[in-house]
Design a protein around this ligand. Structure first.
Ligand SMILES: [Cu+2]
Length: 279
């Protein structure tokens, strides 16, 4: 492909924070991948490092970017960016190949005892994992039962009782103080009581009249919101996709990328962990 293809592609993961180590064993070169925004000098006797984070999978091409000799024009760079899972598998595969090429078949040729012990270990850990999972589910079941059957009703009854008692006591106190006022000044107190009661009745009427309207408005608002969200999902997805392909402009994209990177990092470590725990 236009003098850009190589016989041994560099494999990297997309959406994974990586560190590239670059050096040279003859003259100064430069490892440059313009579409990934990377250029780092390869210097003899020195290891340069570069931070790599590819946003999407694909094949990225570059060329040596430091005049290094007559063949400078024929030193392509090719990075194959794959998912974190594929990258982990690739790494494990290469490690297996390299270690087996050097030390013969160390991991192969296991005896029947070895196979049996690994099988027993596998079954044992499987059962242990399942037990832990079931235990978690059981614990959660009791937790939610306790929460919804005991805690919520009790707290509601307690708070409701407290509120009611508080209301009754404050009303009695108010009525008592009004009675003493009535004894001292009957006309003023009666006028106040009339105004108070009429305002209460008016607010009650107001509530009765407006609450159905308010409820309808609230319901309509909710329905409208849901419709808006449903309609905007494809647009938002398209937007995020375009952002992701072009730049880190919006915060949502940044957040998404950071979340994906941390998720991929975890998956990558899981691959390595399962590889080394099998050894
Ligand atoms: Cu060069």
């Amino acid at each position: 492909y236009r003098l850009l293809e190589v016989d041994n592609r560099c494999v990297a993961s997309c959406l994974l924070q990586m560190r590239g180590l670059v050096t040279s064993d003859d003259v100064v070169h430069s490892w440059a991948v313009p579409s990934a925004g990377v250029k780092v000098d390869a210097v003899t006797g020195r290891v340069n490092q570069v931070s790599l984070c590819f946003l999407y999978p694909g094949v990225f091409y570059g060329q040596c970017s430091e005049l290094c000799g007559v063949n400078h024009s024929f030193m392509p760079i090719c990075v194959e960016v794959v998912s974190g899972k594929v990258f982990g598998d690739w790494l494990v595969y290469n490690h297996d190949k390299n270690t087996n090429a050097g030390g013969g078949d160390v991991s192969k040729g296991g005896s029947l005892l070895g196979v049996l012990s690994s099988l027993i270990g596998y079954v044992f850990f499987g059962v242990l994992k399942a037990t832990i999972l079931l235990g978690k589910v059981y614990f959660l079941w009791w937790y939610y039962l306790g929460y919804y059957v005991v805690y919520v009703p009790v707290s509601y009854v307690f708070i409701g009782t407290f509120d009611f008692v508080w209301w009754a006591v404050s009303t009695c106190v108010a009525f008592g103080s009004w009675l003493s006022w009535f004894v001292m000044d009957p006309i003023d107190a009666t006028m106040f009581a009339l105004f108070y009661l009429s305002s209460e009745i008016l607010s009650l009427i107001y509530y009765c009249v407006t609450s159905p309207i308010m409820a309808s408005v609230w319901l309509a608002k909710g329905v409208w919101k849901v419709v808006c969200v449903l309609v905007s999902v494809p647009f938002m997805t398209f937007d995020a996709f375009m952002d992701c392909m072009s730049s880190f402009s919006s915060n949502e994209t940044k957040e998404y990328v950071v979340r994906r990177i941390s998720k991929n990092t975890k998956e990558f470590f899981d691959v390595l962990l399962s590889y080394y725990s099998k050894k």
